[in-house]
Design a protein around this ligand. Structure first.
Ligand code: ADP
Length: 613
């Protein structure tokens, strides 16, 4: 084989390398082998001879790969063949290997095989240097044993960033072996989208020597799913402060991350609504602060973002005093249930202009009282309502005059036909008058409602005997009712300071409703009672009753509860109870309703004595 180097020749050329063998032999656990480029022994140092118990003559010319030192395991055998082949091709190879110089003991060796090249860049001969790292390996094994016992992924790396160990948790999760993951092999388990960043961050840390945090997705070897991990890395320093290695942990924070992502999406959705400025949205608190707000909100309050950032925008200070009580009620509701039903109020801007709004609020942090509020400007709606009220007021005024004239004319005609003894025409005129009275009552109610709306509903208080007024009212009403009997129970002895017309209005409204909504019944009971502080009137019918969801609403203006305005069986416009409520609360009294569908309703009114109105 002409290419094979001649042993004698080479021997001569390497003599100068090994002439310091004696010196080298003093190095404690340092093995040196000089080989031909096809892997046969030329020279070995003292350590190797001592360990193997062989002489130089035993070894010279033998093939290194054929020594029994690595034949204890097939894997090691393959490893030595592989590295030798690489070295023979001219590559410098460095590797760790466990060798058995004699069957009864082993050494872990950190080996470098370095080819000495000829002019054709082929390996002319190979120098093997091996450092005994048995003790270090033993310590490492101990360390790995401990690391494996920790139930989180832990890895270690050399100072240059070469990952040299990953614990069992890593292999269990990624289903990759330590061998596959060593060096940069671990990055194969990182999500392709995160891989480049993960490696760059890692080597930046290695370069700067600073500890750090990284976040990337690692593939679960069993399910194939990628989960987010938080990777925390610290340098390990020796006594001189030099970096002796690295250590890191990988903690599964997928669920937290997913929650964060979901939160961010939700925040984005909210932000979109916030920035759209369709309605005013603000982060406020129950103590009056406005912490953050969109432009629409600030505009309604007549404030600027700069005012807000300086902490100068307070919704309570921009609220006119008459709404503070309503706000208190809303805060109470917030404290109890976390939200408050939207309600109407006004803000008074710094320039004095009042803005009517609908406010809705939800409490999102009980401890700090922080809330999220929306406000909608209802100026346009309020103006429309005002115009409607003005129209109703005007229309009812206009209607009142001809109705009054009509009534007078009917009465004039009746007197004439009575004188002439025309009974039939008289009867027809009585029926006409009844219709005109009904029309007049309707117009009066319309007028009353618009007066209440405009704050013009007047009261003329006097000392009044409620018992007497009640009896008289019933006496007037009874003849108009053909099917119902009004039965008064009990008496009242106290006097009230009250407007008689308004008091009569309350009783009339309740009694006429009781009759209207009990077409099948024949009686309406009115119970009277009193205490030291109030008189109580209960109007009790045996009629259709009121469905529960409607009971609160029937005191609102134009609210007909279960019936629309087109209702034929029970005609009406939803004004009577609104006016009644207004009168009762004007006198600091109360009105409540108890009802059972199909059985009847009881309206209870309390009038307190001598309350300052
Ligand atoms: P109206 O009777 O003209 O509709 P009201 O303001 O007097 O207006 O009453 C409001 C609503 O309350 C009525 O439409 C009806 O649904 C309900 N209501 C009032 N009184 C009674 C009653 N005694 N029984 C049943 N429902 C009643």
């Amino acid at each position: 084989m002409s290419q094979e180097p001649q042993i004698d020749n080479i021997s001569a050329r390497v003599k100068h390398i090994v002439k310091y063998r004696e010196v080298v032999n003093y190095g404690s656990r340092f093995g040196l082998i000089v080989m031909t480029r096809d892997g046969r022994f030329l020279e070995v140092n003292h350590t190797i001879l001592e360990d193997t118990g062989m002489s130089l003559d035993d070894l010279v010319d033998k093939y290194v790969v054929e020594m029994p030192w690595w034949s204890h395991s097939l894997e090691t055998h393959h490893q030595i063949r592989e590295v030798m082949e690489r070295a023979m091709r001219g590559e410098t190879v460095r590797f760790d290997i466990r060798v058995f110089p004699r069957p009864d003991f082993y050494r872990d060796v950190d080996v470098t095989i370095m080819p000495f090249l000829d002019s054709t860049r082929q390996g002319e001969y190979l120098i093997w240097t091996g450092f005994d790292v048995t003790e270090r390996k033993r310590l490492e094994d101990e360390k790995h044993f401990l690391i494996d016992a920790i139930p989180t992924i832990i890895w270690t790396a050399r100072p240059d960033g070469f990952v040299d160990y990953l614990n069992k948790q890593w292999s269990n999760y990624t289903l990759t072996s330590i061998e596959q993951s060593r060096g940069d092999g671990w990055s194969e388990c990182v999500h392709p989208d995160d891989r480049q960043k993960a490696l760059a961050n890692w080597y930046r840390m290695v370069h700067t020597g600073e500890p750090g945090e990284n976040e990337y997705r690692l593939r679960n070897g069993i399910t194939g799913e990628y989960r987010w991990f938080l990777v925390y890395t610290i340098p390990i320093r020796d006594t001189e402060g030099n970096i002796a290695g690295w250590c890191g942990t990988c903690t599964d924070n997928h669920d937290k991350k997913m929650t964060e992502v979901a939160l961010r999406v939700r925040e984005l959705q909210f932000r979109t609504l916030f920035d759209a400025n369709i309605i005013g949205i603000g982060i406020t608190d129950i103590y009056g602060h406005v912490w953050e707000a969109n432009d629409a909100y600030l505009q309604m309050l007549g404030s600027t973002r700069e005012d807000m950032n300086r902490g100068e925008v307070r919704w309570d200070q921009l609220t006119p005093p008459e709404y503070l009580e309503r706000d208190e009620k809303a805060i109470q509701e917030l404290r109890e249930s976390g939200t408050c039903h939207p309600y109407e109020k006004e803000y008074q801007r710094p320039d004095g202009k009042r803005v009517p709004v609908v406010v809705g609020t939800a409490l999102f942090d009980k401890e700090s009282g922080k809330t999220i509020s929306f406000i909608v400007d209802i100026t346009a709606r309020k103006e429309l309502e005002k115009r409607k009220d003005e129209f109703i007021s005007l229309a009812s005024h206009e209607l009142k005059t001809p109705i009054t004239s009509l009534k007078m004319l009917i009465q004039f005609l009746r007197r004439r036909v009575q004188r002439e003894g025309d009974k039939r025409t008289n009867y027809d005129l009585i029926r006409m008058e009844l219709q005109v009275d009904a029309l007049k009552r309707l117009i009066d109610d319309l007028l009353n409602v618009s007066k209440i709306q405009m704050g013009l509903f007047s009261y003329e208080d006097e000392i009044l005997d409620p018992d007497k007024v009640l009896h008289e009212t019933i006496e007037i009403l009874q003849p108009m009712l053909s099917d119902h009997m009004l039965i008064l129970h009990g008496h009242l002895h106290h006097v009230l300071v009250c407007d008689q017309q308004r008091f009569t209005q309350v009783v009339t409204n309740l009694v006429t409703n009781a009759v209207k909504y009990s077409p099948e019944a024949h009686e309406v009971d009115i119970f009277l009672s009193e205490s030291e502080r109030w008189v109580c009137i209960k109007v009790c019918d045996h009629g259709v009753g009121i469905p529960a969801p409607q009971r609160e609403k029937i005191f609102e203006r134009f609210n007909r509860g279960a019936y629309g305005t087109s209702e034929k069986a029970f005609p009406g416009l939803g004004m009577g109870l609104y006016i009644t409520y207004e009168i009762v609360t004007h006198y600091h009294g109360s009105i409540t309703v108890e009802s059972e569908e199909g059985k009847g309703s009881t309206f209870t009114v309390y009038f307190p004595f001598a309350q300052q109105t």
